[in-house]
Design a binder for this molecule. Sequence first.
Ligand SMILES: [Zn+2]
Length: 97
Amino acid sequence: MAFLEQLPRSLPTPGGPRPCSHAGCPSAAAATLAFDYATRRVWLHELPDPPDPASYDLCSHHTDRFRPPRGWEVEDHRATLDRRLIEDEIFQADVSI
Ligand SMILES: [Zn+2]
């Protein structure tokens, strides 16, 4: 898959922040991507500890910009997404009053 070839694996610095796997990105990773080719699914998770060698760590910028190949599904399991949804509900509640 071409999009995976654009994500070189980088070795984490022991004891330091884990780097984004995107080529040339100096930012620290904020989420991790896991793939299953058989079912064409992509999972977004909080950074696992220790790092999962089968996944790709990405910073928040590249996580937000990530788009899966056509026909693939993305499941976002990050806790930050839940917080955003809750904030949206509160905002909508304020607007409707
Ligand atoms: Zn990045």
